[in-house]
Design a protein around this ligand. Structure first.
Ligand SMILES: [Zn+2]
Length: 60
């Protein structure tokens, strides 16, 4: 993997976490930590990033 790809991957991980944090704070009223549901979602999303940095929809 090239340096550029690694940087993008890091950015995507960060933005996914921020997005899920915001979502959980807004809809599940969790301020500082994620609820169980959102923790699972975050783990799943980051696992997918490990597997494929671009996500399925960008390949097709
Ligand atoms: Zn939540």
């Amino acid at each position: 993997m090239s340096e550029g790809n690694k940087n993008i991957l890091r950015k995507e991980r960060k933005s996914i976490r921020i997005m899920i944090n915001m979502y959980c704070g807004k809809f599940h009223n969790k301020e500082d930590e994620l609820c169980e549901e959102c923790s699972d979602l975050l783990a799943y999303a980051q696992k997918r990033l490990d597997f494929c940095p671009w996500g399925e929809d960008k390949i097709r």
